[in-house]
Design a protein around this ligand. Sequence first.
Ligand SMILES: Cc1cc2nc3c(=O)[nH]c(=O)nc-3n(C[C@H](O)[C@H](O)[C@H](O)COP(=O)(O)O)c2cc1C
Length: 357
Amino acid sequence: MSSVPTDLFPHPIVQAPMAGGVAVPPLAAAVSEAGGLGFLAAGYKTADGMYQEIKQLRGLTSRPFGVNLFLPQPETADPAAVGVYAHQLAGEATWYETELGDPDSGRDDGYDAKLAVLLDNPVPVVSFHFGVPSREVLDSLRRAGTYTLVTATTAEEARAVERAGADAVIAQGVEAGGHQGTHQDVPEADGSGVGLLSLVAQVREAVGIPVVAAGGIMRGGQIAAVLAAGAAAAQLGTAFVAAHESGAHALHKQALTSPLYVRTELTRAFSGRPARALVNRFLREHGPYAPAAYPDVHHLTAPLRKAAAKAGDAQGMALWAGQGHRMARELPAGQLVELLVAELAAARTEFSAGGAR
Ligand SMILES: Cc1cc2nc3c(=O)[nH]c(=O)nc-3n(C[C@H](O)[C@H](O)[C@H](O)COP(=O)(O)O)c2cc1C
């Protein structure tokens, strides 16, 4: 099995990059200090905002860490459909006493400017979501000494990641919280997402580069399972949303284990691209007709989500969460890493002693 370099992170635990203010420098620092790999999320930030966070993180830890970028998105949205959705959201804007955002607020997420910063001031690891970077980009990062990872949600996408020259692939199962990192948004493929254990096995057979498994992982025993299935490490998001250092809104953290939120769904309601969130009022009402229009819908709903958070109304927020959300533990991130490592060791001992009790 090909593995990730253990000098980058001694424990096979990656804290998922989480845009929207969740994966803040103190969270990434605590995870890296504990021997996992902490990540910053550059998505929706300016290049300078990303640079400031990297500087802050470097002040908190000298351990390796990663930075995550979103690929620019093609112009595929139907403006008429976005206009209809804006009409359907008008009542929300009135309710939250705000305006809808401008859907044309940019679709490249400052990709080139962020890459320029990361080539000028290289970081140990960079990962990519929503597509495959060019070979040129991956090669220049490698020359800068940066280890690269790219998300894939199918074996086919994993092959494209390997062909482009990435160092490793993140196999993201359909259980995962937040956005599915599909390379293209194909509405006809909605509902065809692959479960993590099946995906890891398929990706393992499709490519020779190391596989990092993501989606629904909340316990060390699950990490042992994906490692046994051929993954080199596990990437956990929702488990770290609940960590003390996470920048998630307090209502988001509470909702993970609240009896009010019993399930998650993949929805386009908040951003226009399939993303897994706790089912709340906004998702229930608008999910059924939200158009395939990312990031137009993200921009459109941004002021609504902000106003809902400010008003303390979790029913109007995007409560990103994976299917394992009810198993979230509110702990300092370093302690969570230690606990996961202990559970992983115990599960491995059990595996080698002959399996289940
Ligand atoms: C709140 C939240 C925000 C996320 N934001 C990003 C992001 O900015 N970039 C990214 O590559 N993945 C993002 N993801 C997806 C994670 O990388 C990962 O695939 C997912 O968290 C794994 O599933 P889990 O949440 O069940 O552990 C996000 C996930 C969550 C829960």
